[in-house]
Design a protein around this ligand. Structure first.
Ligand SMILES: C[S@@+](CC[C@H](N)C(=O)[O-])C[C@H]1O[C@@H](n2cnc3c(N)ncnc32)[C@H](O)[C@@H]1O
Length: 149
């Protein structure tokens, strides 16, 4: 599952390179979505999922407010959620809550944009969760972090 699949670039790369993936659900917003982080203002894709839609394993899920309009009951359980959607703190916390509810035991939540930059709140949100005891691991030299369920 990918929260914020955009044009499907990462989805296509994963589907091309990881044969064991049986199903890949990409979530995104519809045009008109308003971001809290200004740096993201132009990120809503013109054609969501277009690079992955040709793969039978890929499914696109669009909502006006993306993951804010979804509950765990709307989503299948899965092994991995890649969170790369709205990078504001409330959105990261919302996406993590949703991910935790659907990832199977032993699975992963992967976070993108854990980069310490002030234009997005991902590191701020993850550091806050770590202070509360969450075991979130930053991968050195990347913008990625992960948490095992
Ligand atoms: C940085 S781009 C994602 C890039 C993509 N993950 C990739 O690797 O190619 C962020 C995406 O998140 C989407 N987005 C923003 N808020 C969202 C939300 N609440 N739920 C789902 N997607 C959201 C945006 O429309 C945009 O397509």
């Amino acid at each position: 599952m990918e929260f914020g699949c955009n044009s499907g670039r990462t989805a296509a790369a994963i589907l091309r390179n990881v044969d064991s993936v049986e199903r890949y659900v990409g979530v995104d917003v519809r045009p008109g979505y308003s971001f809290a982080c200004k740096v993201q203002a132009r990120e809503v894709p013109a054609v969501p999922g277009e690079l992955a839609i040709g793969d039978k394993r890929f499914e696109l899920l669009l909502r006006d407010r993306g993951t804010f309009d979804l509950t765990p009951d709307d989503l299948p359980s899965c092994d991995v959620v890649f969170i790369d959607a709205d990078h504001s703190r409330p959105a990261v916390l919302n996406d993590r809550k949703l991910a935790k509810a659907i990832v199977r035991p032993g699975g992963l939540v992967v976070y993108h944009d854990d980069n310490g930059l002030e234009v997005v709140d991902v590191s701020l949100a993850l550091d806050g969760l770590a202070d509360e005891g969450a075991e979130i691991v930053h991968i050195a030299g990347t913008w990625l972090a992960f948490e095992r369920m």
